[in-house]
Design a protein around this ligand. Structure first.
Ligand code: NAP
Length: 313
């Protein structure tokens, strides 16, 4: 709130600071609309925790997720974006301008671009939550270095699981991928790299059923889903990469969400309310790439700029 206790007004408010949010900010800033980005808990979203991004064009040698986010951020700021390290706690679409409350401030906004992204899915098994930070992790880039010369397991069979397993081989002595089927979902390049890596081993048709609690992870209970057989596997780390769920709690009952909770947008990135746009993984259960999120962010900003012009706001 300002000194007079009135909310601060902005033309374009962007909630979330991943590739979609920072790209939307770049476009809005270049249209001289002085956008404000509410970062959420961390600047950069999921990609900032990715060790290496090798499929974002323009970087033939790849770039770290952190480096890419820094570049996105610097570029958006250069043209007049304001980045605020705060979290949106309430949105009100019932009147115009829209109202957004954060921990620290209250805003009114002519248009909103929602880019809150998605978060890691948990296994929901005994011990998982209790052992977070004691061996259970959802981010190899953040926590891999704690496991130097140790044996770890990775759960999942998609691109994330393999990419993170490959990263973990730089630290751990052995990485065992536990997958619930006998066929990987991941694409062929990562599959080949993982299969050729001496440090990576696979346990097929199996799921984790328990992570025994203690000071640190020492083992996991593994169940073969075909035979029903259960066994204990010694390990010091459990890295879980089994997909994502959209961060849309704030918008439940206010915007149309699909069955998985993703914001439903039209082909012009507009959500169910005129002037409200969504971009990136919060509205994309299909592609989930840095490049597609950035593209959606650009599209959402272009539409928000047009809306502001058309309405004379
Ligand atoms: P994903 O593709 O949905 O894969 C999730 C994996 O976890 C699947 O192998 C799935 O098994 C398994 N799984 C799901 N629920 C489980 C449970 N309860 N217990 C055990 N296993 C479970 O998710 P992702 O790997 O995070 O990738 C998400 C998207 O990002 C994909 O589109 C992917 O291509 C993309 N991505 C791309 C790159 C890259 O291009 N370098 C890197 C990372 C991610 P099933 O196979 O049996 O379903």
């Amino acid at each position: 709130m300002t000194e007079e206790n009135t909310p601060r007004h902005v033309k374009i408010l962007i909630i979330g600071s991943g590739p979609a949010g920072l790209t939307a900010a770049l476009y809005a800033a270049r249209a001289n609309l002085a956008p404000v980005v509410l970062t959420g808990m961390d600047l950069g979203g999921q990609v900032s925790k990715t060790h290496a991004v090798e499929n974002y064009p323009g970087f033939p040698d790849g770039i770290s997720g952190e480096g890419l986010v820094k570049d996105f951020n610097d570029q958006a700021i250069r043209f007049g974006t304001e980045i605020i390290f705060d979290v949106a706690t309430e949105v009100d679409f019932s009147a115009r301008p829209f109202k957004v409350t954060t921990y620290g401030e209250e805003f009114t906004a002519d248009t909103l671009i929602i880019t809150t992204g998605a978060a890691a899915v948990t296994l929901n098994i005994p011990g998982e939550e209790e052992m977070i930070g004691r061996g259970v992790s959802y981010c190899a880039t953040c926590d891999g270095h704690f496991f130097k010369d140790m044996e770890v397991v990775v759960v999942g069979g998609g691109d994330s699981a393999l990419e993170e397993a490959l990263y973990l081989t730089h630290h751990a002595s052995k990485v065992t991928i536990i997958h619930r089927r006998d066929e990987l979902r991941a694409g062929s390049i990562l599959k080949q790299r993982a299969e050729e890596n001496d440090k990576i081993h696979f346990i097929w048709d199996s799921v984790l059923t328990n992570i025994p609690e203690g000071e640190k992870v020492e083992s996991v209970k593994v169940k073969n889903v075909k035979t029903g057989e259960e066994s204990d596997l010694s390990t010091e780390g459990v890295f879980i990469f089994i997909g994502h769920t959209p961060n849309t709690e704030l918008f439940e009952g206010k915007l149309t969400l699909d069955a998985q909770g993703y914001i439903v947008v039209d082909h012009l990135m507009q959500a169910q309310i005129e002037g409200v746009y969504a971009a990136g993984e919060v509205a994309d259960p299909h592609f989930r790439q840095v490049i597609t999120s950035a593209g959606m962010g650009a599209g959402a900003a272009i539409q928000a700029i047009r809306y502001i012009e058309e309405k004379g706001l």
